[in-house]
Ligand binder design. Structure first.
Ligand code: ADP
Ligand code: NG1
Length: 465
């Protein structure tokens, strides 16, 4: 079992930065009391393994320096009060006992993500623990809807803050799994990568994270691997559209149809990973099975019903999510092919990171990693159809100076991550500024080189401070 963050937090002293001072001062001004503690949860960049966590396959993320900070004080009045440093996010208040995450049309309110995290802890809190009220002030530096996991950082920070406020320690591993589940209250059926890296990240290495059960290993990146993140300036809130859940459902239907054809108890199969495990086949065999099972054209709902020999309402109960019930066409071959091929690329990426220079030169290793990343992007663009013209433009502009580049996170906009050799970083970034950002109407350039950062932590504040 992993340690709790309570075990380590007393050693953390509050960083003396202008940012922290501003957050503490603003908190004091808005709530007329000092915060008792702060929690910090980082965003992440996924190096490879996209749209496969919810199919049960391993991913390779690392935490970045951008983060969400929550300043918190507890009260005896059972009230939850939320405020944000960014005034475009409106204040919110409710009774802590009545927390309900409401899913409506369009993008959820920002506070719903906080409620998800609090709800997650309330769901497991023993009845012997007395509920308290909380005053919370949020400050975030992760650009929202950019594939760097701002939403999960907010959910995870809220869960961690609640467990600390209620003096109910939960180990990092449990927090990671719990936050993956409670973020689904928002409506999207993500796989758990973001919440896992938020808690399990360590400075200096990326992680290979696997699921069901959650497990992780360090990935030491080869010397000379610099990762540059560039925002395409296109944004899509996952919870505001059906695209994300549509992909989850397409993969589920593909696994169920293949399971049915293999005479398995297909109703029990929910992911491509589960199907592979049940068949005891390797990834290559699974990729071949996809080729021989499905036709290229999208499947109509009617055809899916015929394949599974069920009625519409059974399909809704067994396979669909509330926001995908209306979808009439499903691309099964393309989505499942991406998942198995991407998972093979993850294995190759990790193998190459483990290679020592007696087997392959450092240059060759970096070249292979870059090629795997670019192949991942092509697959996300063509088979998974979750890229965006601005992301594809960034990828095209990277071809000369980066070893490889791909969209990171859910896609449909957001950021690209490029693998660049140290000597090329400056020229690469100035090329993007000249050829990409100078043509954009928005001034918010987000372009930076990053390295693996640490995961979530708690900063306690002495009452005398
Ligand atoms: P991401 O890919 O970054 O996780 P999502 O589209 O899933 O993006 O979620 C973004 C949403 O998370 C925002 O629309 C907002 O509601 C919430 N959010 C992110 N950062 C902040 C912040 N600093 N303060 C308040 N809400 C935030
Ligand atoms: P983003 O949108 O980048 O935070 C989402 C999912 C991940 C994973 C990626 C695609 C959530 C909270 N996150 O990440 O689990 O599926 O898309 O690889 O749903």
């Amino acid at each position: 079992m992993s340690e709790t963050l309570f075990d380590t937090c007393p050693e953390y002293s509050l960083p003396e930065s202008v940012r922290v001072k501003t957050v503490v001062d603003t908190f004091t001004e808005r709530y007329k009391c000092k915060p008792e503690f702060l929690v910090r949860v980082p965003g992440r960049v996924n190096l490879i393994g996209e749209h496969i966590d919810y199919c049960g396959y391993g991913v390779c993320p690392m935490a970045i320096e951008l983060d969400i900070i929550l300043a918190v004080s507890t009260t005896d009045n059972n009230a939850l009060r939320l405020s944000n440093m960014d005034r475009s996010y409106e204040d919110f208040a409710c009774r802590i006992k009545n927390i309900e995450v409401k899913i409506g049309e369009g993008a959820p309110g920002w506070y719903q993500y906080v409620l998800c995290g609090i709800r997650g802890i309330l769901d497991i809190l023993p009845s012997t623990i007395e509920l308290k009220g909380m005053n919370i002030l949020v400050h975030g530096t992760i650009p929202p809807s950019a594939g760097l996991s701002s939403s999960s950082a907010l959910v995870s920070a809220s869960a961690l803050a609640t467990s600390y406020a209620f003096k109910y320690p939960v180990c990092k591993e449990k927090l990671a799994s719990l936050c993956a589940i409670c973020e689904r209250y928002i409506g999207t059926q993500g796989g758990g990568m973001d919440q896992a890296i938020a808690f399990l990240a360590t400075k200096g290495c990326a992680k290979h994270i696997e699921f069901a059960p959650l497990r992780w290993k360090d990935i030491t990146l080869p010397d000379g691997a610099v990762f540059v993140i560039a925002h395409s300036l296109a944004k899509m809130n996952k919870a505001a559209t059906t695209d994300f859940n549509c992909r989850v459902v397409e993969c589920r239907l593909a696994s169920q149809i293949m399971a049915k054809q293999k005479n398995l108890n297909w109703v029990e199969i929910k992911t491509l990973g589960q199907l592979q495990q049940t068949l005891g086949a390797d990834l290559q065999t699974m990729a071949e099975l996809v080729e021989s099972t499905f036709h290229e054209e999208p499947y109509t709902k009617e055809e899916v019903l015929q394949e599974l020999e069920i009625l519409d309402d059974e399909l809704e109960n067994i396979s669909l999510t509330p926001n995908t019930k209306h979808i009439e066409m499903f691309k099964l071959k393309q989505r499942a092919a991406h998942v198995f091929q991407e998972s093979l690329r993850v294995d190759q990426f990790i193998e190459n990171c483990k290679c020592d220079c007696s087997q392959k030169s450092n240059k060759e290793i970096l070249k292979t990693l870059g090629e795997l990343m670019t192949a991942s992007h092509m697959s996300l663009r063509d088979l998974y159809e979750c890229s965006h013209p601005q992301l594809d433009k960034l990828v095209d502009l990277s071809s000369e100076l980066a070893l490889g580049v791909r969209l990171t996170g859910a896609g449909w906009g957001g950021c690209a991550v490029a693998l660049v050799e140290p000597d090329n970083v400056e020229e690469y970034m100035s090329t993007l500024k000249k050829k990409f950002y100078s043509e954009m109407t928005s001034d918010d350039i987000l372009l930076f080189a990053t390295s693996p950062n640490a995961g979530a932590c708690i900063y306690t504040i002495n009452s005398g401070n």
